[in-house]
Design a protein around this ligand. Structure first.
Ligand SMILES: Cc1cc2nc3c(=O)[nH]c(=O)nc-3n(C[C@H](O)[C@H](O)[C@H](O)COP(=O)(O)O)c2cc1C
Length: 213
């Protein structure tokens, strides 16, 4: 497994090259099957969602990853230890509801030893955008909620826009958000959709680069 790890220099070199390929492939309808390579390593993408935007994002990531990947909802996981030893590689991602999913944090904390060097990437799906410095800091903070219990920062880390559908919110979430909108944003709670299918697919293609490289 360690042979497959990229050092920092190789990674930046290869990511740059691949991102350009990814963009060209997306824009010009490049036959994605040409990128497929045989690979026997097992990979899991563990995600946490409450209202579905993170699940959608995971499916878009999968569409860019031209290899087998198991999609696992952390809420359905019963055996942390078995999960942490079953796969060769992992990617972990969570929606943000004030913070990331508690069960994902518990998994990363209790299995950090078994997961050393095996988590390739992490991401959060949230309402914050990186358009401002404070937004960037918030997003960094959410990603740290993954990296701190894990004990290291994986190679591929990013964030995606999420979605808020007021009619789908639980009563408790609706009340909390209504108050947040009133007090901090000075407006009524409203639905929005900032999901990013293309960015998520490109992220999947960048992960693929790790295996093709
Ligand atoms: C109760 C609640 C709290 C939220 N808190 C935050 C937050 O603190 N920071 C943020 O950037 N986004 C926040 N959001 C936006 C969510 O991250 C966004 O809706 C995301 O799509 C949630 O993922 P999911 O659709 O997979 O559940 C919040 C959303 C809800 C419903």
């Amino acid at each position: 497994m360690s042979d497959q790890k990229l050092n920092r220099r190789e990674f930046f070199h290869k990511t740059g090259r691949y991102s350009l390929t990814s963009v060209l492939a997306l824009n010009f309808g490049f036959g994605i099957s040409q990128l497929v390579k045989a690979d026997s390593s097992k990979m899991a993408l563990i995600y946490a969602t409450r209202y579905g935007a993170t699940k959608d994002t995971v499916l878009w990531i999968k569409s860019g990853l031209q290899r087998d990947v198991e999609l696992l909802n952390i809420e359905e996981v019963t055996d942390f230890q078995a999960l942490a030893t079953k796969y060769d590689y992992y990617v972990v991602g969570s929606g943000v509801w004030r913070g990331i999913h508690e069960k994902l944090v518990a998994f990363l904390s209790s299995e950090s030893k078994a997961l050393q060097g095996k988590v390739l990437g992490s991401f959060v799906v949230c309402g914050s955008t990186a358009a401002t410095e404070s937004g960037k800091r918030r997003i960094d903070g959410y990603l740290k909620q993954i990296h701190s219990p894990l004990g290291y920062k994986p190679t591929f880390n990013t964030h995606f826009g999420g979605r808020l559908s007021v009619e789908k919110l639980t009563e408790a979430d609706k009340q909390a958000l209504t108050r947040f909108y009133q007090v901090y944003l000075n407006k009524a709670l409203e639905s929005w959709d900032r999901t990013e299918p293309s960015k998520a697919q490109l992220y999947g293609m960048d992960l693929q680069q790790f295996f093709d490289g």
